[in-house]
Design a protein around this ligand. Structure first.
Ligand code: 5GP
Length: 115
């Protein structure tokens, strides 16, 4: 059976709309549909990697690139005061979409520890 396309793969392929804030050859960034802070952007690789638990040595440059994009987006969103990045991994990590994504949260004071 062919694997089901994730919602994020469908956003990459423009099958469903999203507020895209960055795109390049390797990745896409868009606003989270259910924002948990004034700035809540998801940065995803175009390569369909399921989660951080699935990355390989081949992905090293790609992962570095994703974080460079996070830094650029933090700058563009004026998050000089700080921001948070989160990568939920697997069921117990709270991951709900099986396509690797980095949450970029900012624009308010964020508490710790998480739930
Ligand atoms: P996770 O829980 O897997 O770490 O995060 C998935 C995130 O994707 C959630 O914050 C959720 O609000 C967001 N999300 C789920 N479906 C969509 C969608 O169709 N569009 C957008 N923009 N975000 C989505």
């Amino acid at each position: 059976m062919a694997e089901q396309k994730t919602i994020f793969a469908r956003i990459i392929d423009r099958e469903i709309p999203a507020e895209i804030v960055h795109e390049d050859d390797l990745c896409l960034a868009f606003n989270d549909v259910n924002p948990q802070a004034p700035v809540h952007v998801l940065v995803i690789p175009k390569k369909p990697i399921v989660s951080l638990a699935e990355i390989t040595a081949e992905d090293t440059e790609l992962i570095g690139h994703l974080f460079q994009v996070v830094r650029q987006l933090a700058e563009q969103h004026n998050l000089q005061g700080g921001f948070r990045t989160i990568i939920n991994t697997g069921d117990e990590g709270g991951q709900t979409v099986p396509h690797l994504h980095i949450h970029l949260l900012g624009g308010r004071s964020l508490s710790w520890p998480p739930g």
